[in-house]
Design a binder for this molecule. Sequence first.
Ligand code: XMP
Length: 310
Amino acid sequence: MNYQAFIDQQVAAIREAVGEGLAINALSGGVDSSVVTALGHRALGDRLRSVFVDSALMRQDEPQLVVDMFAKLDIPVEVIDARSEFLDALRGLIDPEEKRHAVTNTFYEKVFGRIVRQSGATHLLHGTILTDIEETVDGIKRQHNILAQLGIDPKDAYGYHVLEPLKTLRKDDVRQLARALGFNEELADRIPFPGPALATRIVGEVTAERLETVRRATAIVEEELAGCGAFQYLAVLLSDRATGIRDGRREFGQIIVVRCLHSTDARTATPVELPWATLHRICERVTALPGVNRCLYDLTPKPPATIEYI
Ligand code: XMP
């Protein structure tokens, strides 16, 4: 694939679609939305407004990290605090598809609907990639960023058009594109992070407290496995509990699952044979988190599992 030609084509297509209008896009800190931001910025300059929606579902320190990363590229990113809106929408939900739906709705209808009305933007730029579309169309899970393929016309439903410059690409191509756009290796190689964020890694109800547990576990797993060469690694909080002992007393505690997978395009994935010492260190640190007394390593490939738990 000729990445430079792809960049030129997409920049021209974004310019043509948006015309003299304004566009917005949301950054999650992952490579897909970062690449879309760079393409959009090339096409539209300051007629693209890039936002980081703090949904309460993001990773530790992520808002500042994303703002700083893009400041180096002279792309301003605005942080929008929508934490209570997302937590309210997720309250009491257990069913995985209902949780995904709540996140999607809050994102597109409430938060983006509002930004669009306030800014007069006509287009939303989106980091949808081919795998997201395929899994939704195949009925595996309702991917957060899929609208048209589910029969949702974003113009009718939310009042803006959606542009998806990466929808023919898979993750490995997106990484090459990131390099061609001048991103450093750290960003081009950043592990995937899903649109519905940590909500995909909590089985059962998503609450501020449970998010804090999975956020801290995620930070430990990402720190310990950084540079291990895997496609993706993550922590999941289960809804089951298990009996354990803390400070000599019985504790009915939380269970964290660690996942670390090889993959090229996320359609299939196999677990990484991590060194025992690494697993031990992760287990020790994760079970030091308040209320967590079990740490499990998930050996299931995709299929039959998926990468995330929701
Ligand atoms: P699964 O869990 O379906 O994940 O095996 C495959 C890859 O996609 C990511 N993922 C998402 N990405 N929106 C996204 O942009 C989503 O709704 C979504 N759900 C899962 C996941 O992290 C993995 O890399």
